[in-house]
Design a binder for this molecule. Sequence first.
Ligand code: MLT
Length: 270
Amino acid sequence: MADENQTPDTNDYQMSFEDSADRVPVLWIHGFPLNNTLWDYQVDGLADVARLITPDLRGHGMSEATEPPYSMATFADDCVNLLDDIGCAGPVVVAGLSMGGYVAFEICRRHPERVAGLILAATRAGADSAETKAVRDASAGVAIAEGVEPIAEGMLPKLMAPDTYEKEPDLVEFVREMMLETSVDGLVGASAAMRDRPDSVPDLAGLELPTLILHGAEDQLIPVSEAEVMRDGIPGAELVVLEGAGHLPNMEKPEEFNAAVRGFFEGFYS
Ligand code: MLT
């Protein structure tokens, strides 16, 4: 995709270079309590068609933790500030998995001019129920008292399809390590951000953006019906359900996931 370029007018010699500026810039926002290594298969498999920008959200991975609580607005502004800082001033495709999808909806509300398209993976548009809010507060309490490990161990089997969990120990270990890199402040802050996030269902009809929705058929945390709500609500949205995948379809079925994303990107070149 990249061109070999030469700059006879601006230099006193023929400088050869490549620039991925002709590739679709994509901001990939990870889920909870994960980090940007979630997207390793996409970084490896899609670099020829996309400029991949993969932040660690505040308090996750290698990003600094600030004192909780956080909000979706904080996460959304952090991401857009990063785009500004790296000189990515134009609109980008915003891709979010689960909590990353909640951040993507917030970017659409706060910075609509920065969004060229959406990839929504294993996520939902609706807000938390009262019961879920209470569970979030309880988990945050456990993390404050005992650290991230009990939360990570409790979530791990639910993050993947049962078959993945049983047959892919390396992937399970990778995801466990990813979760353990989250700071307590990050976990507590993100829990509050998710608990207090607004309902994005009323926004769906106004999202006149190319949108690809990807969902694992065996997602134990967010049912496929939530992906159908987004498909039915966002004009022209396409839904791809990945058989045999759970809540991390981009890692569990990377080839199928990447193939769907490639197909989606073709629309950006035509
Ligand atoms: C995530 O994977 O980001 C979380 O499970 C989302 C949530 O708890 O709502």
